[in-house]
Design a protein around this ligand. Structure first.
Ligand SMILES: C[S@@+](CC[C@H](N)C(=O)[O-])C[C@H]1O[C@@H](n2cnc3c(N)ncnc32)[C@H](O)[C@@H]1O
Length: 240
């Protein structure tokens, strides 16, 4: 996986796309293209690591595995089964599949999610006799299916938990701001990264901590205990 280049999509909160785009250019990611809800880029594992570790406004980094046509459940199943899933989740791991569908013959998202899940777990069952379980809340692997005009885009989430979970927060007030949003506010402001920052309604201090990370040039993901890709088979821990 590590030298193969992938089309990736970094997601962000609506409205933050221009900030994310600028950040991605700053990280020297290739073929950055702004869309609604995020930006595309192209890269291999080192770029996927860099995006996860360094983007302040991104929520997730999705990696495209394949694209194929599917007008029925069987074609969908075959397309998903063509992928070797052993690289991304262990037989005793857990996964979750989420589908988004527009203008397609397969138009029942629960059915689509079920078929995709079956295609993945059947592969494990056939090879190892055990199969990953489904976990809707804290899965080891999140699989995304986009169906648009019968064209399937199959992608996996390289981030794992949302990137707003930086790893620095020990406790929170009643109305914490998402770290990604706090970083966006700072990036959108005219702050020079040097002059004092004052937050009179600091609550649990999200804006201030994000400001400190920015001012010291600290990658926002540096304190995070784990990214999704770290549990992929063949993960190059030393390289990361
Ligand atoms: C939405 S939160 C702010 C989040 C914070 N800026 C951050 O970065 O996480 C609003 C905060 O303002 C505080 N607050 C509201 N009214 C206040 C007041 N009159 N004086 C001081 N703090 C107040 C609340 O206790 C709460 O922590």
């Amino acid at each position: 996986m590590s030298s193969k280049r992938h089309i990736c999509f970094a997601t962000c909160a609506p409205g933050l796309e221009p900030l994310l785009h600028a950040e991605m250019r700053g990280l020297k990611l290739a073929k950055v293209e702004r869309q609604v809800g995020g930006c595309y880029f192209e890269g291999a594992m080192p770029e996927i690591w860099r995006a996860n570790l360094g983007l302040r406004t991104a929520v997730r980094v999705l990696v495209r595995l394949s694209r194929f046509e599917a007008v029925d459940g069987d074609a969908l199943y075959e397309g998903v089964a063509a992928q070797d899933w052993s690289s991304f989740v262990a037989p005793d791991g857990s996964l979750r599949v989420a589908a988004k569908i527009k203008q397609s013959k397969l138009d029942h998202s629960q059915f689509v999610e079920q078929r995709v899940k079956d295609a993945i777990v059947d592969q494990f069952q056939a090879r190892t006799g055990t199969r990953p379980s489904v976990d809707k809340d804290e899965p080891d692997l999140r699989v995304g299916i986009h169906l648009f005009q019968d064209r399937v885009t199959l992608q996996i989430d390289s981030s794992g938990h949302s990137l707003h979970r930086r790893g620095w927060r020990r406790a929170q007030g009643r109305a914490p701001l998402a770290e990604t949003l706090a970083a966006a506010m700072l990036l959108a402001s005219d702050w020079d990264g040097r002059s004092p920052v004052l937050d009179p309604f600091c609550g649990s201090g999200t804006i201030l901590v994000e400001a400190a990370l920015l001012a010291t040039g600290t990658a926002p993901g540096l304190l995070r205990p784990r990214f999704g890709f770290e549990s992929w088979d063949g993960h190059d821990a030393a390289g990361f």
